[in-house]
Design a protein around this ligand. Structure first.
Ligand SMILES: NC(=O)c1ccc[n+]([C@@H]2O[C@H](COP(=O)([O-])OP(=O)(O)OC[C@H]3O[C@@H](n4cnc5c(N)ncnc54)[C@H](O)[C@@H]3O)[C@@H](O)[C@H]2O)c1
Length: 256
């Protein structure tokens, strides 16, 4: 997708990867961008407005665990931008079991379904692309953060299931999954606090010395994937590289 002149909604746009991604979208010349986040960051918002003077930037505070809040956020974004071509969800929490699932998975699914009628071509929308940020931990087990990893497997499974040709025929919406590797944001700063069990803290600490990428590099590659990625595609963004994941089917339905 050519991004110049497009309208983007970025959920989690004040996060470590989010703020860089918002900048990369603006560098591509998107016309309007709406940042949805629970976090309020007036200074970052003002800096964006001062630098990217040719684009319109709008912020809505919202909580992805609350459907009313998601609905209101989309309603005010539509008043601001009329329509949107790209929706990114880059939100996460890993504080306790219910919260992790509610924010990372249930919230992401609900916001996808609340957004879809605005994009759905069969209902007069313009189609577009929905990008959900999963993780390398949403592709393979990460033993010491099993709840986070389980929630991210859900993100990958949901987004891949939505990204099929039959749904595309009706909706005109592409679904892309992004799986970052270790990226230097607040998420990895306190890894030992995120361990599922006390005994797993030692392994968690070891990840602090693992090779990582900057959030700017991850964001650059995220925007490239939005430009070039395919419906149903899953892309690992790790150590400044983009790699598409090729899945083997382990099961096929037998039709009688
Ligand atoms: N940093 C990494 O190493 C890494 C690796 C793999 C995947 N990811 C994924 O990338 C995405 C961005 O991660 P990040 O490292 O930038 O994290 P981050 O913590 O910096 O950003 C997450 C954002 O989510 C927002 N948020 C949290 N709960 C919310 C809620 N209930 N409602 C609305 N907003 C809420 C926060 O305010 C924050 O701006 C996440 O989906 C994360 O799981 C990150």
């Amino acid at each position: 997708m050519e991004l110049k002149g497009k309208h983007v909604i970025y959920q989690g746009g004040f996060g470590g990867i989010g703020l860089w991604s918002v900048k990369k979208f603006l560098e591509r010349g998107v016309k309007r961008i709406a940042i949805f986040d629970r976090r309020v960051d007036p200074r970052a918002l003002q800096e964006l407005k001062d630098v990217y003077i040719d684009s319109s930037i709008f912020f809505v505070q919202f909580d992805i665990t609350n459907n009313e809040s998601i609905t209101e956020a989309f309603e005010s974004a539509i008043k601001f931008m009329g329509h949107f071509d790209v929706l990114v969800c880059g939100i996460m929490d890993d504080s306790q079991v219910e919260r992790t699932i509610n924010v990372n998975l249930t919230g992401m699914i609900n916001s996808t379904f609340i957004a879809l009628p605005y994009m759905d071509r069969s209902k007069g929308g313009r189609g577009g692309t929905i990008v959900n940020i999963s993780s390398v931990g949403g592709l393979q087990p990460i033993p010491y953060v099993s709840v986070y990893s389980g929630s991210k497997h859900g993100v990958t499974g949901f987004t891949r299931s939505m990204g099929n040709p039959y749904s595309y025929k009706h909706l005109g919406v592409n679904f892309i999954t992004i799986c970052p590797g270790i990226t230097d944001t607040d998420l990895v700063a306190n890894l030992e606090c995120k361990a599922t069990f006390e005994f797993a803290k030692v392994i968690a600490m070891r990840f602090k010395s693992a090779a990582s990428q900057s959030p700017e590099m991850c964001a650059s590659n995220l925007v490239k994937v939005v430009e070039t990625g395919k419906n149903g595609g899953v892309y690992v963004l790790d150590l400044a590289m983009i790699e598409e994941v090729n899945f083997e089917n382990v099961w096929e339905p037998v039709f009688r």
